[in-house]
Design a binder for this molecule. Structure first.
Ligand SMILES: [Zn+2]
Length: 564
């Protein structure tokens, strides 16, 4: 490709709305162009990267026995009502009407359609196992698109679905996809962590995420360097310190004028926050919920949502707290009636806690569970944190940031029961098919690769997904044969199967060309100049290295062929 003909031009200025490195470089180097918030055009360079990622994914899916198909993006709303996800995914679904006023959605994922296909084509145990996949653009109406390609509303994804006769089959399918994903990320040049994950709106029995470790990641990963335990903070668990050996004492009211926060109350009562109980108030599908947790811990809203089995969870407003008859700043579950109470299991880690007195400016000492209050649910609803003890080995947990590039789920029979996807076994008995689903985002792989591979000058593409292998950079001077040699090299390299971005601009200064080469991030730069031609040579430089080497012009194609 000749740069003089390339649609996109590089930009010097950092776009004002670009807060991540990958967003800045993708825009500045001419890979993507925003149409509206979270919706991008992949320009010729970006499109080439996308295709390379797609080919790696397709290769690994085919190796794992997958069959590729293409499902419709446009889907009738009824099938989403049948799975119940018209509600659980309502906040991200794009709804539309056709000309007969039939309600439709744009597919954000394809469990419904895939399960309907399985119901149609799979009848017997002899038809199993089956692995189906597609690579397609998906639509999700993200409330807060950000980070360029990291959180977008239209994005490219590979989604695969496994169908098995039993749990053993599912385990084998799941493992084959885990292996395929590990190969994909390795081939794309990514450093990643496979972590335990929450199943979220997809549903199912077990799931893992593949996280690309980078400071610009949106997810927090809690991991144990000692034993390798790793989980998304949404799901991560840790040891809650216990305070034992103190006999329960009688409840005692204390006047606490003006003390509202845990810090104020704990300071006033001269106890550690870990010896207090904190009250938190939520609305779960419109119902007021009273949460109780030890004062030094924070509520994990994903865990809370899973325990409450609700679709919509948010903090209650001041007005809702008041309406529930709760005294904010001095609330406790002691004596509460007619309100749903959920307690973190940290209420079991000690005795004689300080809690609210349910009267303004009053707290109570020596609150003991279950002596002094009952909870409808007692479960782990606390966030694990760096510094906590690992539940597996008691090692010290650490936290890192990551971008989720892949997510695999053991779905079980949730969808096959919904859509009556069954098979007949050897004995003639009918069973629901056991499913798994496996997604990885191409757009996110592209952004993550940049987050992990760049310097202050620009992108440093891994060769496998770079838009071109070589940046051919002639430094013209009148009266020399640079143009002639460069033209010939361009043709010979292309004929040899090397992908070349040819900076044939006659009016660009050497500094401009080198800066663009670094910004665009092509792995190998070949420079032709009057000086190198004196030695009948070219200059060869890797994007990852500072120094260039001079190579006889006749050897350059062979050298690059060895590298790509
Ligand atoms: Zn551990």
């Amino acid at each position: 490709m000749r740069i003089s003909r390339l649609l996109s031009k590089t930009l010097r200025e950092v776009p004002t709305d670009a807060d991540t490195i990958s967003h800045q470089f993708l825009v500045r180097a001419g890979y993507i162009n925003q149409l509206v918030a979270g919706v991008y055009t992949y320009l010729p360079l970006g499109s080439r990267v996308l295709k390379k990622i797609e080919n790696i994914i397709r290769d690994e899916m085919d190796k794992a026995g997958g069959q590729e198909l293409t499902l419709p993006a446009l889907q009738p709303l009824e099938i989403w009502q049948q799975s119940g996800r018209d509600k659980t995914m309502a906040d991200v679904l794009f709804f539309l009407h056709d000309r007969r006023d039939r309600k439709m959605v744009m597919g954000p994922t394809h469990e419904e359609v895939m399960t309907m296909l399985a119901a149609r084509y799979i009848q017997s145990y002899r038809d199993l196992p089956v692995m189906l996949y597609q690579i397609q653009d998906k639509m999700r109406d993200e409330p807060r698109p950000r980070g360029g390609l990291i959180r977008v509303r239209e994005f490219f994804m590979k989604d695969a679905y496994s169908f098995d006769a039993d749990e053993k089959g599912l385990d084998a399918s799941y493992q084959s996809m885990v292996t395929a994903y590990q190969n994909i990320y390795k081939r794309c040049g990514l450093t990643y962590l496979m972590v335990e994950a929450d199943s979220g709106a997809i549903g199912g029995k077990g799931s893992h995420e593949f996280m690309v470790i980078t400071d610009s990641g949106e997810d927090t990963i809690i991991h144990c360097p000692a034993c390798g335990y790793a989980a998304n903070q949404e799901k991560a668990v840790s040891v809650k310190k216990k305070f034992e050996g103190e006999a329960p004492l009688a409840i005692e009211e204390v006047s606490t004028p003006g003390m509202k926060t845990i810090e104020e109350v704990a300071g006033f009562m001269k106890v550690a926050p870990s010896r207090t109980l904190k009250a938190v108030f939520y609305m779960a599908d419109g119902q007021f919920v009273f949460g109780v947790i030890r004062g030094d811990l924070e509520v994990n809203e994903i865990k809370l949502k899973n325990q409450l089995h609700c679709n919509d969870l948010r903090l209650a407003t001041d007005a809702e707290v008041q309406e529930a008859g709760v005294v904010a700043g001095a609330a406790s579950p002691v004596g509460m009636k007619g309100i749903k109470i959920i307690a973190d299991d940290s209420v079991n880690t000690g005795s004689n806690f300080v809690a609210g007195g349910n009267k303004p400016d009053v707290h109570i000492k020596n609150v003991n569970y279950p002596r002094d209050f009952k909870a409808d649910i007692v479960a782990d609803i606390a966030s694990a944190r760096a510094g906590d003890k690992c539940i597996k080995c008691s090692g010290k947990l650490a936290a890192v940031r990551g971008i989720e590039v892949g997510h695999v789920f053991k779905l079980g029979t949730r969808y096959s029961e919904n859509f009556n996807a069954t098979f007949i076994d050897e004995k003639g008995e009918t069973h629901p098919i056991i499913m798994g689903c496996y997604g990885t985002g191409l757009s996110r792989i592209m952004a993550s690769a940049i987050e992990q591979n760049h310097d202050d000058k620009g992108i440093i593409w891994p060769v496998s997904i770079a838009p071109y292998h070589v940046y051919l950079c002639p430094l013209y001077r009148e009266g020399t044969n640079v143009a002639e040699v460069a033209d010939r090299l361009y043709e010979e390299m292309t004929a040899a199967g090397i992908e070349v971005l040819y900076d044939d601009r006659k009016d660009a200064a050497p500094g401009v060309k080198f800066n663009d080469a670094d910004l665009i991030g092509i792995p190998y730069r070949v420079t032709v100049s009057p000086r190198t031609l004196e030695k009948n040579a070219v200059e060869f430089k890797k994007r990852t290295e500072k120094a260039a080497e001079v190579i006889p012009a006749g050897d350059i194609i062979k050298k690059i062929k060895e590298l790509v």
